[in-house]
Structure formats: structure tokens, C-alpha cells
Design a protein around this ligand. Structure first.
Ligand SMILES: O=P(O)(O)OC[C@H]1O[C@H](OP(=O)(O)OP(=O)(O)O)[C@H](O)[C@@H]1O
Ligand SMILES: Nc1ncnc2[nH]cnc12
Length: 172
């Protein structure tokens, strides 16, 4: 799968090396292998719902939900969800934003796996964790395609949720 991720230097800001997953998405065998691995992780963790983080996380999480038989819940950037929301502001590697989730996204007993493409500083995933927690649901894990270890997102997440498993299919 590594060979299907393209480095784009100085995007979206000077000094950032952007990890572009579009070549992987264009390759059905690689996309399918990644999805199968996420389904295996979700099943092992006993997940009932898969949360996808807008926008690239949607692309990865939706087939996991369908193939694995889990409910899909979107976490969106501010102002896009029509119902009552919880909102969390956060910083990421190259900017800042606000995430929102519908307040009624979960039922009692739901076990949530967050799926995203990249774990960088961990700011986005930590914000998603907070939003899911505000809904009263339990997050049983985070699964990402690629972890940028030098940005130490795991430390950011362990401050937020010390025991939560973090699965990265690839790491650089
Ligand atoms: O660990 P962090 O430093 O928080 O960075 C990781 C996040 O950054 C990217 O999202 P982005 O907001 O660029 O959204 P996109 O999926 O809409 O491109 C990526 O998809 C992760 O969600
Ligand atoms: N370097 C990077 N490449 C792709 N997505 C990212 N999200 C945060 N940092 C990123």
C-alpha cells in the first residue's frame, strides 16, 4: 500500500509534506485490502459504529461500515450537519477547524471505531474523541491508514484516552 501514497512537498503550506492517498483510492486491490484490514480491526474491537472524519475519513470509513455491518456516523466540519450538534474546535498539522457531530448519533451500548486516513499531530482525532464522548458513547479504538510518527499524535491521544488502541496500517 505504501507505494500508492504520494508525497507532495510544501502542500498546503511550505514545510509540510502532504501524503496524498488518491493513487491508492484509484487502485481497487489496494483500496480493498485496506478496507478488509479496517474491518478486521473493527470486528476484533467489537465495534458497533464506525465514525468517519470529513473528508478523507469518509472515503475510508464508509466501505468499512458496509462490508463489516457497522453503522456509519459522520463527523463533519462546522455548519454541515442539519440536526442538533456537539462542536469541538481543534488544531491540526497545517491549520485549525471545528468538528461537529449529531447529538443523537449513538444508542446506549454503542462501541465506536474512528477511521481516518492520516494521524499527524492527533489534533483531529482528539477532537473527534471529545465529540463522541459528549454524545455519551464509548470509543474503542482509532484506525488510520498512515501514521506520521515524528508528529507524535499517539502522545496527544494518550493524554486524551490513555487506554485506547491506536492502529496504523502504515507508519513513516
Ligand atoms: O493529526 P492531525 O494533525 O489532526 O491531522 C490529521 C488530519 O488532517 C487531515 O484532515 P484535513 O482537515 O486536512 O481534511 P480533509 O480530509 O478534508 O482533507 C487528515 O485527513 C486527518 O483528518
Ligand atoms: N502531512 C499530511 N499529509 C496528509 N494529510 C495530513 N493531515 C495532517 N497532516 C497531513
Amino acid at each position: 500500500m505504501t507505494s500508492h501514497i504520494r508525497d507532495v512537498p510544501d502542500y498546503p503550506k511550505p514545510g509540510v509534506v502532504f501524503k496524498d492517498i488518491t493513487p491508492l483510492l484509484a487502485e481497487p486491490a489496494a483500496f480493498g485490502a485496506m478496507t478488509a484490514e479496517f474491518v478486521r480491526i473493527a470486528t476484533e474491537l467489537g465495534a458497533t459504529k464506525v465514525v468517519g472524519l470529513e473528508a478523507r475519513g469518509f472515503i475510508l470509513a464508509a466501505p468499512v461500515a458496509v462490508d463489516g455491518g457497522f453503522g456509519f456516523v459522520p463527523v463533519r466540519k462546522a455548519g454541515k450537519l442539519p440536526g442538533e450538534v456537539f462542536a469541538v474546535s481543534y488544531q491540526l498539522e497545517y491549520g485549525e477547524a471545528v468538528l461537529e457531530i449529531h447529538r443523537d448519533s449513538f444508542q446506549p451500548g454503542d462501541r465506536v471505531l474512528i477511521v481516518d486516513d492520516v494521524l499527524a499531530t492527533g489534533g483531529t482525532a482528539a477532537a473527534a474523541l471529545q465529540a463522541i464522548r459528549e454524545c455519551g458513547a464509548e470509543t474503542v479504538g482509532l484506525a488510520v491508514l498512515l501514521e506520521l510518527t515524528f508528529l507524535d499524535g499517539r502522545a496527544r491521544l494518550s493524554a486524551e484516552a490513555p487506554a485506547m488502541p491506536v492502529h496504523a496500517l502504515l507508519a513513516v
